[in-house]
Write a protein that binds this ligand. Structure first.
Ligand code: ASP
Ligand code: MG
Length: 405
């Protein structure tokens, strides 16, 4: 008998009908003999509705009260799902984060889980009850309600799976797994049966918004096998786990892209120690997250700097950079908010040569100009004009034969 933590996302519990369907699914799993701990999100749209209410009252709600409010969505779902299970004759019990005692730090709206008291859950499991736990929330040391950041129910599920040493953590969502790339861009995109934690982290942070990145990180750290599955269709989904020794890895597992990027260049700055810090320090101080950074080889004691930021932060970052440019006596600040990042990801890259040149060749064949390049051990990213995004992703998908198993 396996212990499985299952998480059902907002669309999976979006109506009472769907909640009933989830209850039947859970009962089927129970019949296979599994012990089940269920984590749920708020019904779809509910968290946004609550945030909207807060904003009607206050432009900047006090963080403590904001968390008291936005955590209520999940409380509705745990009660409804427990009722649905009980209606079908399955003993069940709901818990808020505070009732379990999911202890977090006190950073409201993006709290981190510190400790989970699993004793009540274990008692329920031993008594044959299914436990239904509110995702996305916890309490700090003083009993204040905290929330874990948008999409945080994934992290709740993984943390519970780690605490309970569950055999698997299953994330039920509206897609049936992790794909080689977004099927809306490449219809031939294929569901991956397996992917490693490292690859998934790259895919998630590069814009394949299936799982909260923090959940993947957590799962990797505690070695919790994570499976993404559809709540609406039968299937094996995608298993995210560690690389298995001796298993042949494909060169490339997937192609991720991010449409929300913008790039900024500060040209003609002194090529001296401390200049990178004087440029990027003020950007960081304004909490503007920087992604790729490129510094050119200096010439005549001068150099250029280019970096990318989230498109929403473009104007703000440009303002900061203009001030820096004046201080440093830089030649000019230029930028382009219409760029995208496309990345090929795969642990197989480590043991195969020529992946980067293959990528550049296929972009060249399409006449796509590469504006920036960055690499890590398991990914190669390029920045290109946004109008070539679809073309680039399709060309790369074909080049690396991702449609084939
Ligand atoms: N309901 C929360 C959100 O929408 C948490 C979650 O769904 O994971 O972000
Ligand atoms: Mg989600």
């Amino acid at each position: 008998m396996a212990l499985v933590v299952q998480k059902y996302g907002g669309t999976s519990v979006g109506t009472t009908e769907r909640i009933r369907a989830v209850a039947s699914k859970i009962i089927c799993y129970r019949k296979k003999g599994h012990d089940l701990v269920i984590v749920v999100s708020a019904m779809s749209g509910e968290t946004n509705r609550l945030i909207g209410l807060a904003n009607e009252i206050s432009r900047q709600p006090v963080a403590r009260e904001y968390d008291v409010l936005v955590s209520t969505g999940e409380q509705v779902t745990i009660a409804l799902l427990s009722m649905a299970l009980q209606e079908c004759g399955q003993a069940a019990r709901s818990y808020t984060g505070g009732q379990v005692r999911i202890l977090t730090d006190d950073v409201h709206s993006k709290a981190r889980i510190r400790n989970i008291d699993s004793s009540a859950i274990k008692r329920d499991l031993a008594a044959g009850r299914v436990t239904v736990i509110a995702g996305f929330q916890g309490v700090d040391e003083n009993g204040n309600v905290t929330t874990l950041g948008r999409g945080g129910s994934d992290t709740t599920a993984v943390a519970l799976a780690a605490a309970l040493e569950a055999d698997e953590c299953q994330i039920f969502t509206d897609v049936d797994g992790v794909y080689t790339t977004d099927p809306r861009v490449v219809p031939e995109a294929r569901r991956l049966s397996r992917i490693t934690f490292e690859e998934m982290l790259e895919m998630a942070s590069l814009g394949s918004r299936i799982l909260q990145s923090r959940a993947v990180e957590f799962a990797g750290k505690y070695n919790v096998p994570l499976r993404v599955l559809s709540s609406f269709e039968e299937g094996e989904g995608t298993l995210i786990s560690y690389e298995e020794a001796g298993m042949e890895q494909p060169k490339i597992s997937g192609i991720a892209f991010n449409r929300d990027e913008a790039k900024l260049t500060i040209a003609g700055v002194p090529d001296h120690p401390g200049v990178a810090y004087r440029i990027l320090g003020p950007i960081a101080n304004d909490n503007l997250e920087v992604d790729m950074i490129v510094q050119n080889v200096g010439q005549d004691d001068m150099t250029d700097f280019t970096f990318t930021v989230h498109r929403n932060n473009y104007d703000k970052a440009r303002q900061v950079l203009r001030r820096v440019a004046t201080d440093l006596g830089a030649r000019e600040v230029t930028g382009d908010p219409k760029i995208v990042k496309v990345s090929i990801v795969g642990v197989g890259m480590r043991s195969h040569a020529g992946i980067a040149s293959g990528m550049f060749e296929s972009l060249a064949n399409e006449g796509i100009n590469i504006q920036m390049i960055s690499t890590s051990e398991i990914k190669i990213s390029v920045v290109i004009d946004e109008k070539y995004l679809e073309l680039a992703v399709r060309a790369l998908h074909e080049k690396f034969e991702l449609e084939q198993e």
